[in-house]
Design a protein around this ligand. Structure first.
Ligand SMILES: *Cc1c(COP(=O)(O)O)cnc(C)c1O
Length: 396
């Protein structure tokens, strides 16, 4: 019995086994009340007064504090807003100024594309000899040379689920005199995290994956409290100003983490996220993690026994794996389409990886057993080998 299981709190279509919460978490039933409380009463009922009377302007900080609570950050160290790509840009732009004599941004060559593109785009705007150095994840530590300014890594790899030892890597980066930015896209809401203990300078993450904030929900940025004074925002929006409503034509940054705000927050999406975060308030992340490992191990073992065509792409050791399990197969796309057609939803990442998010909040042992049974059927009878499953959709 999975003590974390609370599927009845979510809106998931009846009969569906949803193994894609690592990509888009499902909605809590409770957030439906937002349409009455925020759309009808606050927006419709108060219109512009809502900014003052309903705390809309404070939301990014209120939500940031709730996220900080989940991942071990101090109050006032996280602000929510924008998208993860933007927050990554902000973190990088602030970080490189801390170490101006060093010119290398070091990252994982298998990092999520946006993280790499953002770093390279930033370097393109700099009139200097800055360079993005992309190396294999296993070569990160040996690539820590004295010219490394900042290391940008994603804690859990989006494709394979491989997980860095976040504390050990942070320590090594610090011993090298470099700064670290952790992208927590695939760990916030899935893995126990303690930012204070990790002692990273920056962290960023999104909230629509394991945190169930809804499609396009705001991202977040963490700046270690001692650096908030030292850092300067590069994307300078009016809401990062210390007094936005003075409307001055000179930027003076907010003294708080709010300096990382840019423009008007998405109030409705913030309200949804704020409510969605409450499911984690009394949740023991260590128990959640324990269940995720149990379910993942069961999944891996059963697939190994019955679906020998599938190659495990995730680390076999639980301590090196996040909360997803990935396999490769040359016809991975069609296999996933066949699964989805049978109401078991995971996803596919080119060229040949099928991914399964393991989310004990709404996945239990029965679901795993059923998934492997169906998968075995699809493979042994080649049910995937039909034109309908080979046609590649826009979002895979
Ligand atoms: C999901 C994800 C993103 C997505 O960025 P958005 O700006 O929210 O679209 C970026 N980086 C990583 C590591 C991700 O997993």
């Amino acid at each position: 019995m999975n003590p974390i299981y609370r599927k009845s709190l979510f809106n998931i279509p009846p009969g569906m086994i949803y193994l894609d919460g690592n990509s888009l978490g499902p909605p809590l039933k409770e957030i439906e009340s937002i349409s009455e409380s925020v759309i009808v009463k606050e927006w419709g009922g108060k219109l512009i007064k809502g900014w003052n009377e309903s705390n809309w302007m404070e939301q990014p900080l209120i939500v940031g504090n709730k996220i900080a609570n989940l991942i071990g950050g101090d109050k006032g160290s996280i602000v929510a807003g924008d998208t993860l790509s933007i927050k990554t840009y902000q973190a990088l732009a602030a970080a490189i100024k801390l170490n101006p004599q060093r010119n290398i941004i070091l990252t994982d060559i298998d990092n999520f594309p946006s993280d790499i593109y953002i770093a390279e785009g930033l370097v393109d705007t700099l009139n200097s000899n800055f360079e993005v150095r992309k190396v294999k994840s296993t070569d990160i530590l040996s690539s820590l040379t004295k010219d490394v300014n900042v290391v940008l890594l994603t804690h859990v790899n989006y494709k394979t689920g491989a997980m860095f030892d976040i504390e050990a890597v942070t320590n090594s980066v610090h011993e090298n005199g470099s700064t670290i930015i952790w992208d927590l896209a695939h760990s916030a809401g899935a893995i126990p995290l303690d930012l204070k203990a990790i002692n990273c300078e920056f962290a960023v993450g999104c909230t629509y994956k394991f945190l169930n904030g809804g499609p396009g929900s705001p991202a977040f940025i963490y700046v270690r409290p001692d650096l908030i004074k030292k850092c300067y925002p590069i994307l300078r929006g009016w809401l990062g100003h210390k007094a936005p409503f003075d409307f001055t034509n000179t930027f003076e940054k907010s003294a708080s983490i709010e300096m990382m705000r840019v423009g008007t927050p998405p109030v409705i999406q913030m309200a949804i996220l704020e409510k969605a975060l409450d499911i984690f308030r009394d949740l023991d992340f260590y128990k959640l993690r324990e269940e995720s490992i149990k379910l993942s191990d069961l999944f891996i073992n059963m697939v190994e026994q019955t679906c020998s065509d599938l190659q495990l792409e995730s680390p076999i050791k639980p301590s090196e794996r996040g909360s997803q399990v990935s396999f490769s197969h040359p016809s991975g796309y069609a296999i996933m389409q066949a699964l989805i057609d049978r109401n078991i939803v995971g996803d596919f990442r080119a060229p040949d990886i099928i991914r399964f998010g393991i989310t004990p909040l709404y996945i239990n042992e029965k679901d795993i057993i059923r998934t492997v049974k169906v998968l075995e059927d699809i493979l042994s009878k080649r049910l995937w080998d039909t034109p309908a499953y080979l046609n590649r959709k826009k979002v895979t």
